[in-house]
Design a protein around this ligand. Structure first.
Ligand SMILES: *[C@@H]1O[C@H](CO)[C@@H](O)[C@H](O)[C@H]1NC(C)=O
Ligand SMILES: *[C@@H]1O[C@H](CO)[C@@H](O)[C@H](O)[C@H]1NC(C)=O
Ligand SMILES: *[C@@H]1O[C@H](CO)[C@@H](O)[C@H](O)[C@H]1NC(C)=O
Ligand SMILES: *[C@@H]1O[C@H](CO)[C@@H](O)[C@H](O)[C@H]1NC(C)=O
Ligand SMILES: *[C@@H]1O[C@H](CO)[C@@H](O)[C@H](O)[C@H]1NC(C)=O
Ligand SMILES: *[C@@H]1O[C@H](CO)[C@@H](O)[C@H](O)[C@H]1NC(C)=O
Ligand SMILES: *[C@@H]1O[C@H](CO)[C@@H](O)[C@H](O)[C@H]1NC(C)=O
Ligand SMILES: *[C@@H]1O[C@H](CO)[C@@H](O)[C@H](O)[C@H]1NC(C)=O
Length: 395
């Protein structure tokens, strides 16, 4: 009797003890589950945050083929030592295993202040993706230590009011896939960024950055020709060099890169070149040569650009007839060729361009009847025909 009483009691106590230790184990486990973010990375992020003031400004009005409003909000404002795991902070991405910060997207974050050469940013050695676009670094020089972030695949410093020379050391970042140093905001003739020695820098860029898919350097003062080495960047999908003071003959082989989807060389008044014979192996969607010195004809082979949606050759020096084969570009929505020296009639095949929304051929030397085929295009919302020699037919 007593025996059994004691054994029950012992059993009871054992059970309690067991439950207790399980509870304890859980507790210990919980307190041992570390924040993913290592403290040194967290401190570096907070340090970076404190290098800048937050200044909410009027939203950036920016140009991306059309005007857009870019809305900003201060992402770093919510960062605090009390909100423990910095891997959950707005704009921060960590490696899921090591917890190292590999992504920092602080674009449009109202950061205001100088980006100093000794910025704590360069201690985030594992960064692969860095986006600081649309902040205001108040005309401080572009720091030359980006090469220390050797794993960078995306570097986006567009529209961030950095000035001075783009350091050649940046070309040591051979993993780069996206490089954006452009600004569109200021169409003013004063440049913020420049390339000091283009004959050295540009071929080196083409040689080193073999994985580059996007190279955006609009409004960087390049003041040089584009070397033919650019046609070796096979991975290139998007090239934007608007308003870069480019000169000389643009290598037409670049226009034949099979992966190229978008090329914009607008507002380079002294950049000459011609359209090559296009062949079937291409991905071109956007071809924009507004206000350049490109000349020659639109080749019949333009019809090989099967994916083309946006063709603008406005304000350049093209001549010859508008090829009838343009009518085969079934995706074409914007056809802007005003302000050249085109002659002859508008081919009736234009009436096949079912997606056409903008048709602009003003200020050429076109003749013939008003192209009535256009009247059947239901998506067309803008036609510009003025200053040609069309026959007026009043019927
Ligand atoms: C941008 O925003 C401003 C102010 O909110 C407005 O006046 C302007 O029309 C907008 N522009 C565009 C292109 O949406
Ligand atoms: C970085 O440089 C600036 C200006 O030279 C200086 O004021 C600041 O104290 C430096 N910061 C660090 C962390 O060394
Ligand atoms: C950036 O800040 C500077 C200095 O405060 C100011 O002059 C400039 O207009 C600002 N730029 C933009 C794009 O807001
Ligand atoms: C750079 O960042 C801006 C803002 O997020 C974005 O609009 C732009 O497309 C980015 N550039 C590239 C090359 O991805
Ligand atoms: C652009 O760079 C060239 C060559 O370095 C220089 O001569 C020119 O003055 C610069 N233009 C502007 C507007 O800064
Ligand atoms: C087309 O381009 C691809 C690369 O995108 C290449 O692999 C292929 O050989 C090319 N084909 C022809 C017929 O040139
Ligand atoms: C335009 O092209 C014609 C030849 O078609 C050439 O004579 C002229 O110099 C060119 N003008 C410019 C500004 O490039
Ligand atoms: C417009 O479409 C109608 C109906 O499909 C067709 O009969 C007519 O010929 C077309 N007009 C022109 C100018 O292509």
């Amino acid at each position: 009797m007593i025996d059994s009483y004691y054994s029950s009691l012992r059993f009871f106590l054992h059970t309690i003890a067991l439950l207790f230790s399980i509870f304890n184990l859980f507790n210990t486990y919980a307190s041992l589950t570390p924040d993913l973010c290592p403290p040194d990375q967290r401190d570096t992020l907070l340090e970076f945050k404190n290098e800048f003031k937050i200044r909410k400004h009027d939203d950036f009005l920016d140009f991306d083929g059309f005007w857009i409003n870019v809305t900003s909000y201060p992402k770093t404002e919510s960062w605090a030592i009390s909100s423990s795991d910095c891997c959950n902070w707005d704009g921060v991405t960590c490696d899921t295993k090591s917890g190292k910060v590999i992504g920092l997207d602080l674009s449009c974050s109202c950061l205001h202040g100088r980006l100093e050469p000794n910025t704590s940013l360069f201690r985030l050695k594992h960064l692969r993706n860095l986006n600081l676009a649309y902040n205001n670094f108040t005309f401080s020089p572009l720091p030359d230590k980006f090469n220390t972030l050797m794993w960078l695949e995306r570097l986006n410093l567009s529209e961030s009011s950095l000035t001075g020379q783009i350091p050649t050391k940046i070309l040591q970042l051979t993993n780069l896939v996206f490089l954006d140093l452009s600004s569109y905001n200021s169409f003013s003739p004063s440049f913020l960024l420049c390339i000091e020695n283009p004959p050295l820098f540009l071929p080196l860029l083409a040689r080193n950055l073999r994985n580059l898919r996007a190279l955006h350097m609009s409004s960087v003062n390049i003041s040089s020709e584009i070397p033919k080495e650019f046609s070796c960047i096979w991975s290139l999908r998007s090239l934007r060099l608007e308003g870069c003071n480019l000169i000389g003959e643009f290598p037409s082989s670049v226009l034949l890169l099979p992966n190229l989807q978008s090329i914009r060389l607008d507002r380079n008044l002294e950049l000459s070149g011609e359209l090559p014979d296009f062949h079937g192996n291409n991905s071109m969607k956007i071809l924009s040569l507004l206000e350049t010195s490109f000349s020659g004809n639109i080749p019949d082979s333009i019809s090989n650009l099967k994916h083309l949606t946006f063709l603008t050759l406005e304000g350049s020096n093209f001549s010859g007839r508008i090829p009838s084969s343009l009518g085969e570009l079934s995706c074409l929505s914007n056809l802007l060729i005003a302000g050249n020296h085109f002659t002859g009639e508008i081919p009736s095949s234009i009436g096949n361009l079912k997606q056409l929304t903008v048709f602009s051929v003003g200020y050429n030397k076109l003749i013939g009847n008003f192209p009535s085929a256009l009247l059947n295009l239901t998506k067309l919302r803008s036609i510009h025909l003025s200053s040609n020699q069309f026959t007026v037919q009043l019927t």
